[in-house]
Design a protein around this ligand. Structure first.
Ligand code: RP5
Length: 161
């Protein structure tokens, strides 16, 4: 199906090696029928592209940015510094420090430039958080979100021992 709609959520990541984790966020966006885009943008390998993307995202109609990065993981914070859009950071699991490096780099943003940080490899929750933000001004989406939460509630109650 050809998609003529403009994306309102941008899912960015520092490397192709982050894709396996970050595509789970895309899949949730698709389930909720939210137009989204995915881009590989490296803060240290393509800083000019990061600037171009972050400074132009709002004008293009993007409402929330989900940014995944691993290691010293500066992509979410640097992106947040160049836009007033909400940025949700996804710390990617790493081999050497098991993602603690990514987590601390992303979560410890100094005052003034926040990045809402989810769990290590928590791209699915990043998507749900983005949906919660979008649902504030979209009644149809708010209903879908409520149904999603209700389905979770029911599944736990049905499994109760
Ligand atoms: C970060 O460095 C990326 O977000 C990735 O998680 C990590 C490793 O990147 P590669 O060396 O696999 O490209 O920029």
């Amino acid at each position: 199906m050809v998609n003529f709609e403009m994306p309102i959520v941008s899912i960015i990541m520092g490397s192709r090696s982050d894709l396996e984790v970050m595509k789970e966020a895309k899949s949730i966006m698709d389930d909720f029928e939210i137009e989204s885009e995915m881009k590989i943008i490296s803060a240290h390998r393509t800083p000019e592209y990061m600037f171009e993307f972050a400074s132009g995202a709002k004008k293009r109609g993007i409402k929330v940015i989900i940014a995944g990065a691993g290691g010293s993981a500066h992509l979410p914070g640097m992106t947040a510094s160049m836009t007033s859009l909400p940025v949700i950071g996804v710390p990617i699991m790493t081999k050497s420090l098991k993602g603690m490096d990514s987590l601390l780099s992303i979560v410890q943003m100094p005052f003034g430039i926040p990045v809402a940080t989810v769990a290590i490899n928590g791209s699915k929750n990043a998507a749900i958080l983005a949906i919660r933000i979008l649902a504030l001004e979209d009644g149809k989406l708010a209903k879908k979100l409520n149904s999603f939460m209700e389905a979770q509630r029911k599944s736990v109650l049905e499994e109760r021992l």
